[in-house]
Design a protein around this ligand. Sequence first.
Ligand SMILES: O=P(O)(O)OC[C@H]1O[C@H](OP(=O)(O)OP(=O)(O)O)[C@H](O)[C@@H]1O
Ligand SMILES: Nc1ncnc2[nH]cnc12
Length: 218
Amino acid sequence: MPLIVPFLNDPSTTSTSSTIPNIMTDPSTAEEFAVLRQTLKSSLRQYPDFPQPGILFEDILPLFASPSLHAQLLRALEIHVTSTFPPSLTPPFAGVDVVIGLEARGFLFGPSLALKLGASFVPVRKAGKLPGETVKVTYQKEYGQDVFEMQKDAVKPGQRVLVVDDIIATGGTAAAAEDLVGQLGGEVVGFCFILELAFLKGRDKLKAPVFTLLSGQE
Ligand SMILES: O=P(O)(O)OC[C@H]1O[C@H](OP(=O)(O)OP(=O)(O)O)[C@H](O)[C@@H]1O
Ligand SMILES: Nc1ncnc2[nH]cnc12
């Protein structure tokens, strides 16, 4: 009988809406994950007053500038997703069919994560970039308003979708993606972010469970 270890006693890994069962059966994987998080967190940069006064901008790009950090990021995300949605389980905790990445920074790691999970990758793009029939939604984010679009045949009814992005701030962007998936009859089984600005309470706007790898700006 494997030892069941609580995944992490950290508020950034739990959801207020519903809770993902963050358990891991292998203690050495839990330890590996904790070390990965520490390394990744210490590699982020912050820029005050960008892109406008009053915003403390969290820059995740150093994670991609170094091949080693890039690999560690993907390993951390893979550990999380496969321990939360093991392909061998039955719903609601079975695997993921589609990973959706949100423009633009969700495109940096969404496709690689999808490949690791054996899932499809689908982009959600800013308006006017996608050919063919699309669904659309207008949304508010931490610094402005935008329009998101997804191709109509990108998600099939009943498919299990994981939405990924670099940051959740006010949650407007992620909620817009959840809306688009719902319009196509897909099921968002979870959200996965690298970083969460917890004080903005963005996760409260989302119906599906939320996982964030790192916390920021308490
Ligand atoms: O939770 P919210 O308040 O909605 O903000 C989070 C969103 O804001 C940023 O994207 P941005 O719209 O700046 O676009 P970009 O990735 O194309 O630069 C970030 O990458 C998230 O997608
Ligand atoms: N403070 C922030 N830093 C980086 N990306 C963001 N997207 C929304 N708010 C952000």
